[in-house]
Design a protein around this ligand. Structure first.
Ligand SMILES: [Zn+2]
Length: 962
């Protein structure tokens, strides 16, 4: 059967219908062991892309595998509406933002009529939810749709659940009120989380020190922002951007000159700010300032690299240690026209010399100058100047020592001096701290953000030591796939600070005791997996959403309260309450939660924290699997730029099974898979070949005769199943998929090469194994094959064909491998000699085998020799030490396998397959045992034979041998 995309799609739709009719994926508590798996509810601001298909497909593969292993598997699905993103899209549509509209038209095929409705965020969420559900269904994930729900106040049941959670957190002391720096959008008037940003994901506030420089002729300060306040001893001048309009402002009762942006930031960081006047950067150039630490006077000079959006828009210059400062100074010296423009005296500028203040291993007096020369950086506009700055900063911070000209800080390591200087300057009011973003952060609405210190913020106390300890405890008991991700979780748990979890803009659930606030997008998604056990009852109309009051949820989720009283007070049947309690108790905790690795930093760490805060230990999460991000044709996926492939697009083009398998084969662990159309086409061909091969094997005539090679096929397919099982248990999905597709394919090809007629019983058993093995990876095609090979039940619920590998299985695999190795070696030699008249093979004698196995078991040579007759000691000793060296070089796995195999009857294997060997070599073959006195051995070659390595001798022509 040649598979076309059209054929695949028809097969898929047929089986999806049948699964649904049979309610195959609707799971309720029963006597079986359970396996509860979850995928983070996708955010409904656009169509699902192949990245979601990759992660959700990996989980579905695991879920299908566990189902076949006899587990009662639950894989539910829900939709995330919370946050400012959807609302942000609506805002941009209202404003007529072209970029947003283009992406929606082009990538999402939204027509103008629908676009008009996109001014309503709820419409957007519903619209994409319908689309996404269609895609997930068409993708063939085994979902229990009875539990479906979406978030926000537009779903009363879910909101009640979230509010219950926050009551609990407050009650248990995990929430506090305080000031807190947030990344703030001045236009939305709301904090901007990672998911709310067009640019600047993962950028967080950093602390600048603003060192106050006072004008020598006025009571006005020019505060210069720096990450390196210890370099104050090397200051030669101040830089200001001549083109920028600054302001003179009263800041906490002092007069300051700062950029307009800085004035706004200072205001947002709890300073009293009053703007008095405007002043252009060029107006203060040439004036002198003085700092309070060195008391030196420095001149104010122009520099274009100074960015008014960073810190105060004023910096001080340390040309010995800051590459940009050196470049700006050099540029200025050479630019006479520029100097004239600002009325600067050429001689004064020429006299400015870098002041070296830090001794640093591997550098001379002026590290900044050295690196500028080494990297051949041309000017302050050169982008690599930033890179050079970072290099010097790191080197000096970690290994630098303050030189003698640094007052009381002389001789101190830079990293210590830095802290001490900050302390001194703050105490003496010579400097203050300011928070700023080291890189631009752009809100979804398109506005540049800054840091605001918020007062009276509700914070989750992630800095709490006890809470961190609990989270670590939970992590230590969890399975993490891949294991290397565990350290990332550890460091996030350690480093998390308190988290402001409310917003005033967007969609969400309001904070129950302060309803003017909404709970933000990451914070309403931490324990919602528990709600899947409740949503089933809500969706079936057994309980009203309004009835999910705190007392009711206390009972269902924590077993707290008097069920009789709750039943009476809340008018809910006691049976129903108990059924809901049982449902939760049966499914919880989540066995595996899967996600892209980007969510380790936030969602998954929150997930661990909140479970330990709300639930008893037995309900803490059991496992997390993380994977890489899908790239598109080698490029990073970028939704707002329109670089993505929707899941539906891929399915339309290649079918669900092809899409799924292409993704599964693309990567494992935390590596980033790459989606390429070409790979999908290749996968389609491979799948088509496999289907064809299976059906052909199935239909071909078979016999009952059982030969060694028939037993080999049985053992080999058993081995492949074992290997797939091991890989899936370790969440190595790609490895498992490769075996399921190509491992079996290779085994059958080899088998068919070895036999003229296939054995009926073994081939049928092995084909069954193959189809079952394919089922988790290509579930639709596996069902089709299962039916076509005469089965009535679904393969999706068939028993996983794992069988124990017996010693006899290992042995038979080893024997066939041995035979193939000998044939290969013969071919090599014949090729080298350009043919011959006949091949003669000598197998190692029995004593050699005995010695070999003793050595494998670890026996010493001396011990072996003590049991040998004196006249044989020499020969045996030589052989034993030769073999010992070989064993030492071989791999542990090989040694173990050979030990388990024991003596291989090489002679019998070769003579039983004499005909096959001759056919392969196309030349007569004779086989002898080394110790056979009757053997034909004209060149005395037999004695060179070793276990697993017989001597191969090619006779060239009669009489003349080589
Ligand atoms: Zn905004």
């Amino acid at each position: 059967m040649e598979l076309t995309v059209e054929k695949i799609k028809a097969i898929e739709e047929k089986w999806q219908e049948r699964w649904e009719k049979a309610r195959l994926y609707e799971s309720d508590p029963d006597e079986r062991k359970k396996c509860f798996v979850t995928f983070p509810f996708p955010y409904m601001s656009g169509s699902l892309h192949v990245g979601a298909g990759y992660t959700a497909g990996r989980l579905d593969t695991y879920a299908r595998f566990m189902r076949m292993r006899g587990y009662n598997v639950l894989y539910p699905f829900a939709w995330h509406w919370t946050g400012v993103t959807i609302a942000g899209i609506a805002e941009r549509i209202k404003r007529g933002d072209e970029k947003t509209i283009q992406v929606l038209r082009r990538k999402e095929n939204i027509d103008d009529e629908t676009l008009e409705k996109f001014k309503d965020p709820v419409f957007i969420a519903k619209f994409f939810m319908e689309r996404a559900k269609e895609a997930v269904k068409r993708y063939g994930l085994g979902i229990d749709w009875r539990r479906e729900f979406h978030t926000t106040s537009y779903n009363e049941g879910f909101s009640k659940f979230v509010q219950w959670q926050y009551f609990k957190l407050k009650e248990r002391g995990y929430i506090r009120l305080g000031t807190h720096p947030v990344v703030w959008c001045p236009s939305c008037k709301s904090p901007t989380g990672d998911h709310d940003r067009l640019a600047g994901e993962n950028v967080s506030p950093e602390e600048f020190t603003l060192i106050k420089f006072k004008l020598t002729d006025d009571e006005i300060y020019l505060p210069a922002g720096t990450f390196r306040p210890e370099t104050i001893f090397g200051v030669t001048n101040i830089w200001i951007n001549p083109e920028v309009e600054y302001v003179i402002a009263e800041v906490d009762e002092e007069k300051w000159i700062v950029s307009r942006e800085a004035a706004l930031k200072l205001q947002d960081q709890l300073h009293k700010v009053k703007i008095l006047d405007r002043v252009k950067g060029s107006e203060v150039i040439g004036k002198y300032v003085k700092d309070g630490i060195t008391g030196r006077e420095s001149i104010i000079l122009p520099a274009t690299f100074v960015d008014p959006k960073i810190a105060t828009g004023i910096v001080y210059s340390v040309p010995a240690h800051a590459p940009l400062d050196w470049l700006a100074l050099r540029d200025l010296r050479d630019n006479e026209e520029y100097l004239r423009k600002f009325g600067l005296n050429k001689e004064v500028i020429k006299k400015i010399e870098p002041i070296s203040i830090i001794k640093c291993e591997g550098y001379g007096e002026f590290p900044a100058i050295e690196i500028v020369n080494k990297m051949k950086i041309a000017s302050q506009e050169d982008k690599r100047a930033e890179e050079a700055t970072q290099i010097i900063y790191k080197e000096e911070f970690h290994t630098g020592i303050m030189k003698r000209n640094c007052g009381k800080y002389s001789g101190k390591p830079v990293n210590i001096a830095k802290e001490d200087i900050i302390k001194e300057m703050e105490e003496r009011k010579l400097a203050i701290k300011m928070l700023d973003l080291p890189q631009p952060v752009i809100c979804r609405c398109g506005t540049r953000c800054h840091v605001k210190i918020m007062e009276n913020q509700y914070l989750l106390k992630y800095s709490d030591k006890d809470w961190k300890e609990k989270a670590h405890k939970a992590l230590s008991r969890m399975k993490i796939f891949p294991e290397e991700a565990r350290d990332l979780f550890r460091s996030y748990i350690d480093n998390y600070r308190d988290w402001a979890f409310t917003r005033t803009f967007g969609l969400g659930t309001s904070l129950p005791w302060a309803p003017q606030f909404l709970i933000e997008t990451l914070s309403d998604s931490t324990i919602y997996m528990a709600y899947y056990t409740i949503s089933k009852f809500v969706n079936e109309g057994k309980i009203e959403p309004s009835q999910l009051e705190p007392e009711v949820l206390d009972y269902i989720l924590l077993g707290e309260g008097n069920v009789k009283e709750i039943s009476r007070d809340k008018r809910i049947e006691r049976n129903l309450l108990d059924e809901m309690r049982n449902e939760f108790e049966y499914w919880y905790p989540v066995d595996v939660r899967i996600s892209g690795k980007d969510l380790i930093a936030n969602h998954l760490t929150f997930y661990i924290f909140h479970h330990t805060a709300i639930f008893p230990e037995r309900h803490w999460p059991r496992g997390i699997s993380v994977n890489g991000f899908v790239q598109i044709e080698g490029e990073a996926m970028h939704k707002s730029k329109g670089i993505y492939v929707t899941l539906m697009e891929a399915i339309e083009k290649f079918g669900a099974d092809t899409t799924r398998l292409t993704l599964l084969l693309a990567a494992d662990g935390m590596d980033d898979p790459n989606w390429r159309d070409e790979n999908a086409r290749e996968t389609l061909t491979a799948l088509s070949n496999v289907v064809e091969q299976i059906l052909r094997i199935w239909e071909e005539k078979k016999v009952d005769k059982k030969r060694m090679i028939d037993k080999w096929l049985d053992s080999e397919t058993k081995r492949i199943i074992k290997s797939i099982t091991d890989s899936l248990e370790g969440f190595e999905i790609r490895k498992a998929a490769t075996e399921a597709l190509f491992g079996f394919r290779k085994a059958f090809k080899h088998y068919q090469r070895r036999v003229k007629t296939m054995n009926k019983e073994i081939v049928e058993k092995s084909v069954e194994r193959w189809i079952k093995a394919l089922s988790p990876f290509v579930p639709h095609l596996a069902e089709e094959l299962w039916k076509r090979t005469g089965h009535r039940e679904f393969v999706a619920t068939a028993k996983w064909p794992l069988e124990e590998m017996k010693d006899s299985d290992i042995k038979i695999l080893e024997e066939e491998e041995y035979l193939q190795q000998v044939v290969e070696d013969c071919k090599e030699i014949l090729k080298l000699l350009r043919g011959g008249r006949k091949v003669i093979i000598y197998t190692a004698s029995e004593w050699k085998w005995k010695v070999y196995l003793e050595l494998l078991e670890g026996k010493e040579i001396g011990e072996i020799l003590s049991e040998i007759k004196p006249e044989q000691k020499d020969e045996v000793g030589k052989f034993a030490s030769h073999m010992k060296r070989k064993i030492m070089r071989s791999k542990e796995g090989l040694r173990r396998r050979r030990m388990r195999t024991g003596i291989l009857d090489e002679y019998a294997i070769l003579t039983d397959n004499g005909e096959y060997i001759e056919e392969e070599l196309q030349i007569p073959v004779e086989i002898y045992r080394e110790e056979d006195p009757e053997r034909y051995d004209p060149q005395d070659k037999a004695r060179e034979a070793e276990p697993y390595r017989p001597t191969i001798f090619v006779e060239q022509k009669e009489g003349a041998q080589r």
